[in-house]
Design a protein around this ligand. Structure first.
Ligand code: AHR
Length: 323
């Protein structure tokens, strides 16, 4: 009788332990020869996004995996719907580049509940809403705060800490825009002679960057530095500066982040002063991380890509290796 009671108690404890593991643990992924994976892209309106998608598609093809690809066309709501459709299609795992930090967090929890592991590539989500290593496997991407700091430090060094800056921010609410601003602000706080005259979003887009720069240039003709959160907006800003008779690289220093071929060529041409790289070729690392996860290896909650930099002394040499 006593033994029977003990057995019931042991069984109850086991059930509780399993339930707890299921509550807090990440979904498991079986080790297989091929996978059906989803990649939820945020938009496809610039060379960076196109290069990222190409890399994810090329690597899937190389491995013989099935890739369910969606393009949210710049809409967080569509991206949420895209991820839900991947859950409904029962993909093995989801790769997500979340457009913004907050709206995409709940759907990560939905995937977790459905038993589908999520890997964030390139952009992150608000950690108070969904946590790396707990709600999704990992974040693979650049250190955006450090990118902003590197741009700020370069300006501080080249201008002896005296600059009148226009900042073109990326997509409002996205992790690269938030963190590239934060990193830059860290440096501004230590350099009272570096003033941000205006900081406005250009939505990571060339045309919006040009339009915003046109307006801000009229309000702040004393600008001598433009910090664009990506190449596309920097290229748009250069067009606006030149249309206004200003000389990028001479009377206005332009700095950006990404390191696409066109921007690196502009460094060679002397129109962009400095670019911090943010490499979009995620395919090999994304899929090898998935394989490691399926093999039961420990995956760090953050996997940070190393970023190079481009300036007048190395741009010509590095140009062929820019994406
Ligand atoms: O998330 C990375 C950023 O998004 C890149 O800097 C930008 O070009 C892209 O749209």
């Amino acid at each position: 009788m006593k033994q029977a009671k003990l057995m019931v108690l042991a069984a109850a404890l086991t059930v509780t332990a399993v339930a707890l593991a299921a509550d807090t643990g990440l979904p498991k992924l079986a080790k297989k020869a091929t996978y059906k994976v989803g990649f939820a892209q945020t938009e496809s309106n610039n060379p960076w996004r196109i290069a990222q998608t190409q890399s994810m598609q090329d690597e899937a093809k190389k491995l013989g995996w099935q890739l369910v690809y969606t393009d949210a066309q710049g809409s967080a709501a569509k991206q949420v719907a895209d991820v839900r459709s991947m859950i409904a299609q029962k993909v093995d795992a989801i790769f997500l580049s979340p457009r913004e930090e907050k709206p995409l967090a709940p759907v990560i929890l939905e995937a977790k509940k459905a038993g589908i592991p999520v890997f964030l590539i390139d952009r992150n989500v608000d950690q108070s809403l969904a946590k790396a290593g707990n709600d999704y496997v990992t974040f693979i991407g650049s250190n955006f705060i450090q990118e902003g700091q590197r741009v700020g430090q370069w300006i501080a060094k080249k201008t002896n800490g005296k600059a009148n800056i226009i900042e073109l921010e990326g997509t409002t609410g996205s992790s690269p825009a938030n963190d590239r601003k934060k990193g830059f602000d860290d440096v501004i706080a230590k350099n009272p002679g570096m003033k941000i005259l205006a900081s406005q979003t250009g939505d990571f887009s060339r045309d919006k960057g040009r339009q915003v720069m046109e307006t801000l240039l009229q309000a702040h003709p004393e600008v001598d530095v433009v910090y664009a959160h990506n190449d596309e907006m920097a290229i748009g800003a250069i067009a606006a500066l030149e249309a206004a008779g200003r000389k990028p690289g001479k009377d206005v220093l332009v700095l950006s982040i990404d390191g696409g071929r066109e921007a690196v060529q502009l460094v060679v041409d002397g129109k962009i002063a400095y670019v911090v790289e943010c490499n979009p070729k995620f395919g090999p690392k994304a899929y090898s991380t998935l394989k490691d996860y399926a093999a039961g290896k420990k995956i760090n909650a953050k996997i940070i890509n190393p970023d190079r930099e481009f300036h007048s002394a190395n741009a010509a040499k590095l140009l062929p290796s820019a994406y």
